[in-house]
Design a protein around this ligand. Structure first.
Ligand code: PMP
Length: 436
């Protein structure tokens, strides 16, 4: 088996040409187009464990993991079995199923702040609905978010957003009327004083603060000590709702997410990615008094034809049950630490100005001389160097995110030998970057 370029990419190229004649930019989500790294995407045929196989017969060690859901790796046998069994019983009923109870129970039992949960189909739906709910609960309009955090593509949240918006260097999105974002306040991540000032300025107008408790859509940026605690204190003091967007951190940094690791409990939590095991699922949940406002109990309308879909529930249940097995998160931490240690050594040997950031099974390499604490600092990274690094890695059979403003994901399927192979490729790729 050959990695990287050796088998060519002709079939990917042909499919991409056809795709561009059929879909905007040839893709159904912008970062997939590889624009930020100045090239063309590879088309995937299948995934197995930690590996991706493209349509030309190349294989790659995958550090994207479908952008987070695949914490068990691709096509994990238990998940495949569960989805297959569910499929035989029918795909969708638009009526309640026992599987919804089971996944809801797993979420409620795992996540400290959740009494009630509602399933939706994506992270975007989860954050959009949680904010509608927070506004209804408080009777207020304003929402605080943070620059470089990404909460999906709902109108009110497309302000200084991360992920693809950051990759394309957009301030927001065209097609969003000023009225839709008039109540959105975007502040620098980790800036507790700015949040305090906003509350002092609008003491009775702020409905919610929404935050990624670990920011993973501008590269990887960790909350500084006290930041999340300050958000909790201020939202409580001013009667606003604290929303943790745990779409990435949920069931990844611990079974109970970042709130379990920090002890800072939000009022509402948003999920996506891992709770669907790779199928389209999102969820929002939280305190009973707030969640009881959701229809049909209360006046906040939110619905979905495919919400609680049996196949998606089956994938989520199977994934969470695997993650409940003793030692999973310790193993992910051990792998993360192993990779981090090797990364730091490779970075030092390269002599390049780089920042290694790692938290649990999330990591990121910033092509930056300074530690990155917020979006303004992230934007100073050398994206051209990142692009060169990305292609040099791909040639060596390692698939990193095609943008500096994204995070790498480890899975339980990444063996120590694979991590060693990856570190070897990274050391070589950094030499290529350093060489010009
Ligand atoms: N919130 C966070 C923290 C995310 O990372 C993402 C997606 N990357 C979303 C929300 C949106 O989720 P989706 O793409 O499923 O709509």
């Amino acid at each position: 088996q050959q990695s990287g370029k050796k088998a060519g990419r002709e079939w990917s190229r042909a499919l991409y040409r056809e795709a561009q004649s059929l879909m905007p930019g040839g893709v159904n989500s912008p970062v997939r187009a590889f624009r930020a790294v100045g090239g063309e995407p590879i088309f995937i045929e299948r995934g197995e464990g930690a590996h991706l196989y493209d349509v030309d017969g190349n294989h790659y060690l995958d550090y994207v993991g479908s952008w987070g859901p695949l914490i068990l790796g691709h096509a994990h046998p238990a998940v495949v079995e569960a989805v297959t069994r569910a499929a035989r019983r029918g795909f969708s009923f638009g009526a309640p199923t026992e599987a919804e109870n089971e996944l809801a129970r797993l979420v409620v039992e795992s996540v400290p702040s959740i009494d009630l949960v509602r399933f939706v189909n994506s992270g975007t739906e989860a954050t959009m609905s949680a904010l509608r709910l927070a506004r209804a609960y408080t009777g207020r309009s304003k929402v605080i978010k943070f620059d470089g955090c990404y909460h999906g593509h709902a109108d009110l949240l497309l302000v200084q957003a991360g992920s693809g918006v950051a990759t394309l260097g957009l301030p927001g999105s065209a097609g969003v009327p000023a009225e839709a974002t008039a109540h959105t306040i975007s502040l620098p991540y980790n800036d507790s004083a700015a949040v305090e000032e906003a509350f002092q300025r609008y003491p009775e107008e702020i409905a919610a603060v929404i935050v990624e408790p670990v920011a993973a859509n501008m590269g990887l940026v960790l909350p500084q000590p006290g930041f999340l605690e300050t958000l909790r204190r201020l939202t409580t003091q001013y009667g606003a709702v604290l929303i943790f967007d745990e779409v990435i951190t949920g069931f990844r940094v611990a079974l109970g997410g970042m709130q379990a690791r920090t002890g800072v409990l939000p009022d509402l939590t948003c999920f996506g990615k891992i709770i669907g095991g790779g199928l389209p699922v999102g969820a929002y949940g939280g305190k009973r008094a707030i969640m009881e406002l959701v229809a049909p109990l209360g006046p906040v309308y939110q619905a979905g034809t495919l919400s609680g879909n049996p196949l998606a529930m089956a994938a989520g249940i199977a994934t969470l049950k695997e993650l409940q097995k003793p030692g999973c998160y310790e193993e992910l931490e051990r792998k993360g630490a192993l990779l981090e240690e090797g990364l730091r050594a490779a970075v030092e040997a390269s002599g390049l100005p780089l920042q290694v950031v790692r938290f649990a099974s999330l990591f990121c390499l910033f092509f930056s001389a300074e530690p990155v604490l917020n979006y303004a600092m992230a934007r100073k990274a050398d994206t051209r160097r990142y692009a060169r690094f990305f292609w040099a890695l791909l040639e060596r059979g390692v698939y990193f995110p095609p943008s500096q403003f994204e995070t790498c994901f480890l899975s339980l399927a990444h063996s120590d030998a694979m991590l060693e192979e990856t570190l070897h490729a990274i050391a070589q790729a950094l030499r290529v970057v350093a060489g010009g």
